[in-house]
Ligand binder design. Structure first.
Ligand code: NAD
Length: 448
């Protein structure tokens, strides 16, 4: 099969901090460049390819709504602390705004704008009737007790008020949030709307626990989607996953499920990293045991079944597949040059700088882009939302079967489009989504 090489946009317009950050990435998020500008550059490339109507490009070029809320929370010591929360609603022409809520001490508006816009294109690409949104709270959850996390989540939800809703904007888990966070959000929202409506608004968030109205299969959905893409890629490449070596950055929801599901296919995880450090074992790291260690200690660091390595050593490990599943902009030019893998599968959103992507393609390393391969979460979120609307509970096999069919169909669509248009897979993925959005705008026009 033919995998077209990239020739990405010129870097001439890139401001100095961005270029600098692209060569040294072990730095805080705020020093890595403006994520929204980087996302816009990626999308402009696809807009050019489909020769988009400039009016529609303008509409999609900015989010519809950018909301910042400052709200008070009482700490366990009795003192009040003010926190800043975000919700960016990028576009809703295809359906309600949809996207995760992240808790991170470096959360910022431009990051949310980028992440929200990616959600719009992700939903459009997979033909899910959702738009794009993203939000979160700027704080470090590791420094707060469980009771404080609950109060923060409930206060944040109350501050957002009617800016979210099951037919308007539907949050989900993301970095440092989980099914428990979603259950607190749902419960708070239910109490705000009052007794008569509480049971009709269960779908205000997805990624809930099954007992609170969540879907079977949602927890593993994103990692599962990543693994479906890897499986399809292996078939295309005539590559045997059994015994192949994998490295994974980030061992939270996405990374840990990807590791477990890849192990089931015979792949051997030889390197893992997270916020606490990096570890390696060329004989293989048991994903289940590592998961238990992370559950106990909060990090992969200190796991007895592997040796501690540096971040630089991690990126230089001899492996076949790299799954970035941590934060954005982790793969700069230096990392792209160091990687010794055949493919990069973007479990995380936006982990790769455009310049680094160019290096990967030049080196013949295949890249499956985020909006194609990490979409399992939003796909099963859509199924959860449907189940809530219909007051149904689908069986796990049913959910996973639907997920697999949709992932494989979209993978095939992107592959075909990339070949037909002689373009890279990221641009192909955006272009397919953009064409659907453009069609919708052309048909509907703008009101009034
Ligand atoms: P998570 O909070 O469960 O896990 C995040 C992981 O990244 C943790 O292991 C953490 O230690 C690690 N990490 C954080 N900072 C790091 C750093 N500086 N260096 C190395 N590792 C670091 O989050 P998640 O839900 O697994 O999300 C991970 C990525 O996947 C994010 O980009 C998120 O937007 C994306 N994503 C998540 C979902 C989902 O369903 N949860 C869906 C699509 C995309």
């Amino acid at each position: 099969m033919i995998w077209y090489a990239l020739s990405l946009m010129s870097t001439a317009t890139v401001p100095p901090p961005f270029a600098q950050a692209a060569t040294k990435l072990d730095v805080s998020l705020k020093d890595r460049g403006n994520l929204f500008e980087i996302a816009s550059r990626q999308i402009e490339r696809a807009m050019k390819l489909i020769n988009i109507d400039p009016d529609i490009a303008q509409i999609l070029g900015q989010p519809k709504n950018e909301l910042i809320v400052n709200f008070p929370v009482r700490r366990d010591n009795g003192k009040i602390e003010m926190l800043k929360g975000y919700r960016v609603q990028h576009n809703n022409i295809l359906g309600p705004y949809k996207g995760g809520m992240r808790y991170h001490h470096e959360a910022n508006l431009d990051e949310m704008k980028a992440l929200a816009s990616w959600m719009t294109y992700k939903s459009a690409l997979h033909e899910i009737p959702f738009g794009g949104g993203k939000g979160g709270v700027k704080f470090d959850p590791r420094q707060y007790s469980r009771a404080e996390l609950e109060r923060i989540t409930r206060r944040f939800t109350a501050a957002l008020g009617s800016n979210i809703g099951p037919d308007f904007d539907i949050p989900a888990p993301d970095v440092n949030t989980n099914s428990q966070t979603m259950v607190w959000m749902m419960d708070t929202y239910m109490n705000i709307v009052g007794a008569m409506d509480r049971n009709t608004v269960r779908g205000v968030v997805t990624g809930k626990s099954v007992s609170a109205g969540g879907s079977h299969g949602r927890a593993e959905a994103t990692g599962q989607g990543v693994v479906h893409c890897i499986t399809e890629w292996a078939k295309d490449r005539n590559f045997n996953l059994d015994g192949c070596h994998v490295i994974i950055q980030g061992f939270g929801n996405v990374g840990s499920y990807a590791a477990r599901l890849l192990s089931q296919k015979g792949a051997v995880v030889i390197g893992v990293g997270d916020v606490g450090g990096y570890i390696a074992n060329t004989e293989g790291i048991n994903a289940h045991k590592l998961g238990e260690h992370v559950h106990r200690t909060g990090s992969v660091s200190g796991y007895k079944g592997a040796s501690k390595i540096t971040r630089e050593e991690f990126f230089g490990l001899d492996a076949h597949i790299f799954v970035p599943a941590a934060l954005e902009l982790e793969i700069g030019v230096a990392e792209a040059k160091a990687l010794k893998v055949k493919m990069v599968v973007e479990g995380a959103n936006g982990p790769t700088y455009p310049e680094a992507e160019e290096v990967l393609i030049d080196r013949g390393i295949d890249l499956i882009p985020d909006i194609l391969c990490n979409s399992g979460g939003v796909i099963v979120s859509y199924y959860e939302w449907l189940q809530n609307k219909r007051a149904e509970q689908w069986e796990l096999a049913d959910v996973l079967g639907r997920l697999e069919r949709r992932m494989k169909q979209t993978y095939a669509n992107v592959r075909q489009y990339a070949i037909a248009q002689k373009t890279d897979w990221r641009t192909a993925s955006y272009a397919i989504g953009l064409e659907r959005l453009q069609h919708c705008y052309k048909e509907r026009g703008i009101f009034p």
